[in-house]
Every structure is written in structure tokens, then in C-alpha cells.
Design a protein around this ligand. Structure first.
Ligand SMILES: NC(=O)C1=CN([C@@H]2O[C@H](COP(=O)(O)OP(=O)(O)OC[C@H]3O[C@@H](n4cnc5c(N)ncnc54)[C@H](OP(=O)(O)O)[C@@H]3O)[C@@H](O)[C@H]2O)C=CC1
Ligand SMILES: O=C(O)[C@@H]1CCC=N1
Length: 280
């Protein structure tokens, strides 16, 4: 797989940053020495140091020393964080070569460009990644801002796509995708836990139940991907007439499972859009 020589910075070193950073290192896209992470509490960045990555409590140090900078703070922290960067930033000609990548839910390119307007000809890419990137099975969508050039897009695509799949989409689609792939892992973890609970209720030991439930979700997902068949057709292949599965499927329908999941995706997408508006 292709490698990058650029220095990669993370402003904010929490769960999403670690999924991307550790994923890139594990995949061999970058070496630990190319990665630099900042956060307000240095003790909270221990897991980065555990994998050999340098950390600092000075965001400007990461900004100055990195070529590609992932902004990984919570949406409501963006404004104070950008203000602190702006107040301490010493402009250099190199600023224009830097590439910024936002992972913030709900925050538009327009708002990101406004917050970082202290950088001339700012190159900003808005993304919506997800945490399964840490194991190379992520799903990311992205939209480039005005000054991003093809070469920048190729670098970011290489990084994100090496950790799963990555696709450019119109910005208007990002909040909608957030409900399915950004938040979706949490929905699927809940389903895995519930599947395991069902088995535990029937006497299967917890560890075994979790392993079987997890492998079943993995297997079903892979079957959809590999066969390309519609999930409804694959479901029919499991449901023997008068058999065991259709009785369970009926219970799911009585519990409005599909409608509940559609609502969850929709609500999360709406909330994502709100997160951006709330921070104006
Ligand atoms: N988690 C997920 O599944 C996904 C998250 N996202 C987005 O990723 C972003 C981060 O979320 P997530 O990683 O989950 O949250 P975390 O709380 O795990 O990470 C946020 C990090 O930001 C740090 N931080 C707080 N203030 C500052 C500051 N002023 N400067 C630099 N760093 C700061 C925090 O440090 P400390 O803890 O020491 O305060 C923390 O490590 C959000 O915008 C979210 O919308 C997008 C897709 C999926
Ligand atoms: O819950 C959140 O707001 C973030 C965005 C997508 C996943 N986690």
C-alpha cells in the first residue's frame, strides 16, 4: 500500500482521532514519528504515547509542525479552539501548503473556513468518518473546500480509503450520511448486545453468546457486500417456510424494528445538522 511522507497532526486526541491515527499507523500508511497530537490535558493522551506518538498540550505546535492537520475536537469546542489558534499563530508562507481535515459532525465548510480565516487560502476538507477505521473497516464521506487541489484530495482519499471505504459526496449529503455511518456503529453494537442477551436468556454463556452474535453480524454484513444481493433476498434464504427464522422475523416486525432503525438514522442526521447550527 502507498505510504505518505507528510507530517500528520491531530488537534484533539480523543476517540475519533485515535481511530484514524492508530489505524494509519497499523496500516503502515505513516510511521509513528510522522504523527503529532495535541489536547488540553496531556495525561488524557497516554494511549498515543503508548503507541509511540508524540503529544503536546499546545495546539499551535501541532499546527506549525504538521502538513496535514485533522481537527478532531467536539463541535462546541471549535470556536474557542480556533480563537486560541488564531491568537497564537505566526503567519508563514507554509500556511498555504497545509491541508486541514475536519471530522466535526454538523459543522459546514463555510463555518470551518470562517473559523480558520487566519490561514490564507485555507485548504479545508470536511469529512464524516467512523470509529471502525481503527480496524480498517471504516466508512468516510468527504467534501473539499475551495482551495483544495486534486493532489490534496488524492492524499486524503488514500488515508481514509486505506481504513475502509472513502467517497467524495456533495456537502448537502454529509449530515444525512452521519445518521447511517457516523452514528451507525453505535446502533449495531446495541443490536449485537441484544442478540447476545437473547442467547444468554436461553442459557448460552455470555462470552460465547457475544462471540456468536458478533460473528453473525460480521458474516451477514460480508454476505451483503460479497454477493451484492438485496438484504431482503438474503433474509428469504434464511427463512424456511414454516421454520424457526420467520417466527423471529415476525417478532421483529411486531416490535417495529425497521421503523425504529429508520427513525434512529433520521433523528441522528437531524441532530448532526443541529450540532453545526448550535455552535454559531
Ligand atoms: N466518536 C465518533 O464515533 C465520531 C466522532 N466524530 C466527530 O469527532 C469529533 C471528536 O469526537 P470524539 O473523538 O468522539 O470525542 P472525544 O471527546 O473522544 O475527543 C475530543 C478530544 O478533544 C480534546 N479537546 C478538548 N478541548 C480541546 C482544545 N481546546 N484543543 C484541542 N483538543 C481539545 C479532548 O481532550 P480532553 O478529553 O483532554 O478534554 C478530547 O480528547 C467530534 O467533532 C465528533 O463530531 C465524527 C464521526 C464519528
Ligand atoms: O455522536 C456524535 O455526535 C458523533 C458524530 C457521529 C458519531 N459520533
Amino acid at each position: 500500500m502507498a505510504k505518505l511522507d507528510e507530517k500528520i497532526g491531530f488537534i484533539g486526541g480523543g476517540n475519533m482521532a485515535f481511530a484514524i491515527g492508530s489505524g494509519l499507523i497499523n496500516r503502515g500508511i505513516v510511521k509513528t514519528g510522522q504523527v503529532f497530537v495535541s489536547g488540553p490535558n496531556i495525561e488524557n493522551l497516554q494511549r498515543w504515547r503508548d503507541i509511540g506518538v508524540a503529544t503536546t498540550d499546545d495546539n499551535n505546535e501541532v499546527l506549525n509542525k504538521s502538513d496535514i492537520i485533522f481537527i478532531c475536537v467536539k463541535p462546541h469546542i471549535l470556536a474557542p479552539c480556533a480563537e486560541q489558534l488564531r491568537n497564537n499563530h505566526v503567519r508563514t508562507i507554509k500556511d498555504m501548503e497545509k491541508l486541514f481535515v475536519s471530522v466535526l459532525a454538523g459543522v459546514s465548510l463555510k463555518d470551518l473556513e470562517e473559523q480558520f480565516s487566519f490561514i490564507d487560502r485555507l485548504k479545508m476538507i470536511r469529512t464524516m468518518p467512523n470509529t471502525p477505521m481503527q480496524v480498517g473497516e471504516g466508512c468516510t464521506v468527504y467534501t473539499p473546500g475551495s482551495y483544495v487541489v486534486q493532489q490534496d484530495l488524492e492524499k486524503v482519499h488514500l488515508m481514509l480509503n486505506s481504513l475502509g471505504i472513502a467517497q467524495q459526496v456533495p456537502e448537502s449529503m454529509i449530515d444525512c450520511v452521519t445518521g447511517v455511518s457516523g452514528c451507525g456503529p453505535a446502533f449495531v453494537y446495541t443490536i449485537i448486545e441484544a442478540l447476545a442477551d437473547g442467547a444468554v436468556k436461553n442459557g448460552v454463556p455470555r462470552q460465547m453468546a457475544l462471540q456468536f452474535a458478533t460473528q453473525t453480524v460480521l458474516g451477514a454484513a460480508k454476505t451483503v457486500l460479497v454477493t451484492g444481493k438485496h438484504p431482503a433476498i438474503l433474509r428469504d434464504e434464511v427463512c424456511s417456510p414454516g421454520g424457526a427464522t420467520i417466527v423471529g422475523v415476525h417478532e421483529l416486525e411486531k416490535g417495529n424494528l425497521r421503523s425504529t432503525i429508520i427513525n434512529a438514522v433520521e433523528k441522528s442526521s437531524q441532530r448532526s445538522a443541529e450540532l453545526g447550527r448550535k455552535n454559531k
